[in-house]
Design a binder for this molecule. Sequence first.
Ligand code: S3P
Length: 416
Amino acid sequence: MGGVVVPKLTEYRKTVDCAPDKSVSVRAVIFNGYATGSATVKNISRCADVMSAAQCMRELGASVRFDGDSAHITGAAFRGAKLNCGNSATTARLLIGLLSGLNGVFELDGDTSLRARPMRRVTDPLREMGAEITDTDGQLPIKIIGAPLKGGEFDLTVPSAQVKSALLLAGINASGTVRVTEKAKTRDHTEIMLREMNGRISSDGNTVTVAPSVIYARDMTVVGDASAAVYLVCLALGIKGGACTVKNVGLNPTRTAVFDVLRASGANIKTDNVRGGAEPCGDITAEYGGLRPITVSADVAPLVIDEIPALCALACAIDGVSEFAGVGELRVKETDRIKTTVAALKSLGADISATADKITVRGGKRLLFGEVDTRGDHRIAMAASVAGAIGAGAYIADGECVAVSYPDFFKEVIGV
Ligand code: S3P
């Protein structure tokens, strides 16, 4: 794909089926690949991160076969393996937890971006449980020599669903109970899916407890990705007269805070056709009009962390000062997303600045056409495309990186 020209859009009217959820799809592949039995996962994402997870599971001995928008997965007793997690931190961190208590020697690596991401947040508590892990200055490559694990109690200092998930997965193979407490509840797809697969897991407020469990493969249908729906919603809200309906969006409350943030700044966003289920879903409709500056406070930031670049892009179109506080975790994502968001939007003429953990956008300024260097970060490419489409267009130099989470982004969201 290479570079992509995003035109200025003067009209925006879209009704689309939401792209399948990446977080849920990665978990569906890993958990079913480890579980006893076989399962079909429908509406699975074919994004690059899911492909990385699937390839890791195959190296471990599982069978993962994609067929249209389904995957047929048969679990296996894992053998030692060398695993390439690509760009996917979810794959790396969840597998480190899962593999630490199994028999075998496992080596995990990833691309340049993943090699720069912090792993001590996962390896330190796992070592307390008895894991034998050798890392490279707290990063990948990592070598695990499977060892018997004991249970433990952990108060997470970093708000991270990946860390929580790694510990819970270690817990299903430990000799005792694992209890994880978070300050604010992060996405709980792991808890929900493990419970559906016979995991002995319970939640009480922000504390999750897992007892040693045998998990069984289970047929499932992946819901749409709220984080992907947000790009459409931001375009509908930012383009005069715009409107969109995104169908089948996952409405797990740990993922929908972004819609509340937008509603609090005056956005007209409705939820219809809500269907319950382990992961609820429904249709989201958004209409242009009446937006005030966006405020994200430090306590809400962990719940909207993946959506901050898109919110900053929309904020460029809103008169007044939008503030995003407590977003320091962005510095350890696929790129330093505080730096890359600021740089990307500045290259389109935005008035945006940042401190160590806060971004400020002074919106309402006329944007200019510009070339965006996304540093290979999918969410920066998509957020900059939103700013360009609302503003004066943009050239996204390495547009293909959207494949990490949303391969059809340009066709479906921008229409190019
Ligand atoms: C994810 C958790 C979040 C999120 C990432 C996906 C997951 O990361 O940013 O895109 O699937 O568990 P952290 O756990 O590092 O916050």
